[in-house]
Structures are given as C-alpha cells and as structure tokens.
Ligand binder design. Structure first.
Ligand SMILES: C[S@@+](CC[C@H](N)C(=O)[O-])C[C@H]1O[C@@H](n2cnc3c(N)ncnc32)[C@H](O)[C@@H]1O
Length: 340
C-alpha cells in the first residue's frame, strides 16, 4: 500500500515532503476487509490521492470522501462517493453515518482540535462493531504552532484521547466510550481506535469446547463456566442449560450453580423459576465469595425478595467489611425494609 501512496503523491506514504508514514500500518490494519463490502469514510479529500489508494486496496468497499470544499465533488467516480459538508456539523455526520454505516472512519479533515473531538463523539457510537476509527496528524497539536489548530472553543485534543486511553486502562465504565473500545494505539502522528465487536464466533468456540470437553474428564465447574460463557455472549441458551444440567448431575447443587440456573432462567424469561433458583442459592448452606453473595443479593433485591437480599448483603459485608459498595448496598436494603 505504501508504494501506491508514493505513486499517488500521498503524504500518508513513507516518501513525501511531509511523510507521515501511515500506510504500511494501514495495510495490515485494513487487511481483514480487503475483499469485503464495507464503507470506508475519510474526512478530507483535497486533491484526492488517498481515495485512489483505498480504491486500489479494497476490491469491494464503498469509499466515501467528505470535504467542506464543494470543488471536491469532482473526485466522485464508480466506487467513490463524495459528500460535501462540515465535520463539525453533527446533523451532517448523522446523515453521513446513516447513509454509509462506516467500518473504517479516517479523520484527515480540518485537524482543528474541537472538530476532532466533536467528530469522534458523534461518529464513534455509529461505527460498526469491530471497526476502526483513525485520527491522523495529531502532531499538529504539540508545540507553539498548536494554537493554529484551535477554534474559539479551546480544546486539548491530545489530552482528550490520552485521558480516554487512561480510562480504558483503568476500565472505568463511567466514560460512555470505554465500553465500546477494544484497543487504542498510536502510530506516528495518528490515533487508531478499535471498536469492540458485538458477538463472537460462538459456533466455532462451542464446537471447540465440545471437542475439548469430550477429550477431558467431565468436570462440573468447567461445564458451569461454559454455560456462563454462553449466557454472557448471548449464545444458544438450550445448550447452556444442558451444560448446567450435566454439571448438576456431576457435582450436585452449589451456590454459584444455583445462581447460574437463576440467571439462565431469567435469560429464558422464566421469572418464577429464576426467583426460586436465587432463593435456593441464598439458602445454600456453604458460603461463597463476598462478590457472589453481593451479586445474589442484587438479583434478589431486583425481584423484590428484600429479606433474602438483605441476608445475602450481610454475608457479603461480613466477608469483605472494607468494601464500601457492599456496605452501602446493605444499608440501603435495611432502610428499604425498615420503611416497609
Ligand atoms: C489534509 S487535507 C485532506 C487530504 C487527503 N485526505 C489526502 O490524504 O490526500 C484536509 C481537507 O480537509 C478539508 N476540511 C477542512 N475543514 C473541514 C471541515 N470542517 N469539514 C470537512 N472538511 C474539512 C479541507 O478542505 C481539505 O481538503
């Protein structure tokens, strides 16, 4: 891809008066979609060299160039659409993403700090699962010339994305984007943000699990873990239930297994059976971990079993007295019960 960039005179290549040297990275990053029917949107067309590179690399993709300059409409052709608009305009971005749900989105537009953040916040939630969001040329935002890339609203674009990276590292779910991000990377001046995929190839995973379990001594806890995996990834519940049944045959009821059965019943819409399983888990004579009791307490509280929920909250608090979340939860339940 780099050599095509060199031929097209692209500054994304490794040989140009201002060589950002992105293309050798893009080649491997974009490879999974080389022959796929995806939409690639790039903000910033100018003279169009990058559009030639994408058109050459992707054999099926719809390429969409976006620019504020109406003259760029002249670069539209066959698999290349041009949309004229302002990347700082959320209504325009919504319309763009609705017309061409993007798998790859490249921001090589105004490079203004405010526009970069506005565009990211508007587009990233609309990027398809597993997609890539790329912001090029972040180096402009360092040193004395950084001021040239500000708008009236002063925004610290590198700070914004560094902070987002830190929040991902800390797995802070408070940030609304963190849960949607799989990976953040930096290549030279560009930021690459990988969006999480929604589902996994469960079919392949479950067949591998079957083959692996068949060759291994049957183990009730391993079957529980498989059932939980299926629940967590919205897999076939009937199969998960079979695993829990088999685990129960092998290892009998345990508190976590009864909870799992409760969760499975919830997923299957069997509320009465779910509550029964949660109550059975609460009555189980062997203690689990503080976290298990806390989780169980939350389920019980949600389904209006407040006495049992408080009992479980007390166990969680006794096992982990320094956890403020457990204590708050327990106190809240006690207050609710006292208030009748
Ligand atoms: C760096 S050039 C794009 C280069 C092109 N991607 C390439 O690799 O050859 C930046 C382009 O962004 C466009 N632009 C500037 N402000 C914009 C905005 N607010 N919205 C959309 N495009 C904008 C400019 O008109 C210019 O053509």
């Amino acid at each position: 891809m780099d050599i095509i960039g060199v031929i097209e005179g692209s500054d994304k290549s490794s040989s140009h008066s201002f060589a950002w040297d992105y293309l050798r990275h893009y080649e491997s990053l974009f490879m999974p979609w080389r022959r796929e029917k995806i939409n690639l949107i790039e903000v910033g067309v100018q003279y169009g060299p990058s559009l030639h590179i994408w058109e050459w690399f992707f054999t099926q993709a719809q390429i969409v160039g976006v620019d504020i300059d109406p003259a760029c409409a002249a670069y539209a052709r066959d698999r290349v659409a041009i949309e004229i608009g302002n990347q700082a305009d959320p209504v325009f971005l919504d319309r763009l993403c609705a017309s061409y749900p993007p798998t790859i989105f490249i921001d090589d537009g105004s490079h203004r700090a405010e526009h970069i953040v506005v565009t990211f916040e508007r587009v990233f939630p609309r990027l398809l699962p597993g997609g890539l969001y790329i912001i090029e040329d972040m180096s402009f935002h360092f040193g004395p010339a950084a001021v040239n890339w500000q708008t009236a609203k002063q925004v610290d674009a590198p700070g914004y994305f560094l902070n987002l990276s830190k929040e991902c590292m800390a797995r802070q779910p408070g940030n609304r984007f963190v849960r949607q991000i799989d990976q953040i990377g930096f290549i030279g001046g560009a930021i690459i943000i990988h969006k999480r995929t929604e589902g996994r190839d469960l079919g392949h995973a479950l067949n591998t699990a079957d083959a692996y379990l068949a060759a291994r001594k049957r183990d009730a806890d391993a079957l529980d873990r498989m059932a939980y995996y299926v629940l967590r990834h919205n897999g076939p519940l009937a199969r998960a239930e079979q695993w829990v049944d088999e685990a129960t045959e092998l290892g009998g009821d345990t508190m976590p297994r009864l909870m799992l059965r409760g969760e499975m019943n919830l997923a299957l819409g069997r509320m009465v059976e779910a509550v029964e399983a949660f109550l059975a888990a609460a009555a189980y004579p062997v203690e689990g971990t503080a976290q298990q009791h806390y989780r169980l307490s939350r389920f019980l509280a949600k389904y209006e079993q407040l006495e049992a929920a408080l009992g479980q909250a007390r166990v969680a608090h006794r096992l982990a007295p320094r956890n403020p979340g457990y204590k708050n939860h327990m106190d809240g339940l006690a207050e609710q019960l006292a208030a009748g």
